[in-house]
Design a protein around this ligand. Structure first.
Ligand code: 6PG
Length: 245
């Protein structure tokens, strides 16, 4: 396991993260002609999607978009992750050539929607974006939930916190099989969550983010401070398992 940290000034986070992610998208497109990119919900990602739309950071024609989790609400609801993505990332482009595979979580038959989405997902997605909940959840894989231990399904109907209790989410197997996983986390509070995760790396049930201790953590300096302190404290650095750029 070799966690890789990006640690950049808060005011440079959007720009630095964009360079990291678009560089990997470019390599993937050069190699395969296209790139499967799984988007996440959350306000951290929303700021990044806004930045990408304004700066035209992505060439959408080579990207097959997916989503890691979705609330069981109408697309035009404020809680819809796809709705947020459409209002930000796709707001400044015509959707004609767009390949966006959204989760149809608003349907009455949620299990059918989950099964259909399993059929859309590639066996190994190229790039997976994840946000971090302050309880250590990623996607809609919440602490002590059945989804944490799921070994076979790739998409499940899950329970989350109110006000968006019912959701669809990818499972750990999709995360583990992803070629590249980027975790988006800024601010001291998220850094402290990650520091706690590093302190007890094997207790995945209580903090599902521990599924991705080997991912690429895209942190601003505020989040990086507690993470680096945890690394130094637990002497992970001496194991050479942590590469810091
Ligand atoms: C969701 C998100 C969730 C989110 C984290 C971080 O549907 O709620 O996918 O996993 O990424 O909760 O959210 P913030 O960036 O708003 O803290």
């Amino acid at each position: 396991m070799e966690p890789h940290l990006l640690n950049c000034p808060t005011e440079k986070w959007l720009e630095s993260v964009t360079v990291e992610i678009t560089s990997e998208i470019g390599k993937c497109v050069k190699r395969c002609g296209h790139c499967s990119l799984v988007l996440t919900g959350g306000s951290t990602a929303e700021s990044l999607y806004d930045f990408w739309a304004i700066n035209k950071s992505l060439d959408y024609s080579y990207i097959h978009f997916f989503i890691g989790d979705e609330r069981c609400v109408e697309v035009n609801s404020s809680g819809s992750n796809y709705g947020m993505i459409a209002r930000t990332l796709f707001s400044k482009t015509d959707s004609s050539g767009l390949v966006m595979n959204r989760m149809e979580a608003e349907t009455d038959d949620r299990e059918d929607a989950a099964l259909r989405y399993e059929g859309l997902l590639p066996d190994s997605v190229d790039i997976l974006l994840l946000g971090l909940g302050t309880d250590g959840h990623i996607a809609s894989i919440f602490p002590y939930s059945e989804a944490v231990q799921e070994k076979f399904r790739t998409v499940l109907v899950v329970d989350g916190p109110d006000p968006f209790k019912k959701r669809l989410s990818i499972t750990p197997s999709v995360i583990k099989k992803a070629k590249i996983v980027f975790l988006l986390a800024t601010g001291t509070e998220k850094g402290e969550v990650l520091a706690t995760a590093l302190a007890d790396p094997n207790n995945i049930d209580s903090m599902p983010v521990r599924l991705i201790l080997d991912a690429r953590w895209l942190l601003d300096e505020k989040a990086a401070i507690p993470v680096l302190a945890a690394i130094n404290k637990h002497r992970l650095k001496n194991d050479n398992r942590i590469r810091i750029t």
